[in-house]
Design a protein around this ligand. Sequence first.
Ligand code: FES
Length: 162
Amino acid sequence: MKPLIFTEQYHSGLLSFFYDGEGFLIFRAEQEWTMMLDQCSHLKIPLSTGWLEDGCVVCPWHQWKFNAHGHCTWPPPAHQERIPVLPVCEKDGIIWLESEQKNGFWESIVVEKHWQDIHEHVPKDSCHWVGVKDRTIIWFGGTQEEVERAKNSFALTNFSTE
Ligand code: FES
């Protein structure tokens, strides 16, 4: 586990802080702590400039809502959008990152961020794949066959396909 902030630093609403060079926010809703990337999946606005409403973070720009799992719950229909969330807990007056394999979690954050960028910038029906190896992002797009071939030629620690 890794210490993040003192519990007393949090009062209510959304608290932003930097971790490993990236902006995050932390909040408590229904006794549960959530650590979330401080970036709206829509136009990358810092979510910490928004507010908490019914346990969801609301982006101040277009009022998209993200729950404690990072899933977009508004506007309907249900969006595929998701904000990376990390597991945290409170103990001895400190909020801890519950990860003993920080790099693994970090890599999955990087993949998710990259994945969102891809979703925004490539046609929805294109075939693509992203992975991380040694903290390097590998992205490949093409036909289904080409993507399968590329996947098989890399031994990756994390990957997503569509
Ligand atoms: S920028 Fe966050 S909802 Fe549009």
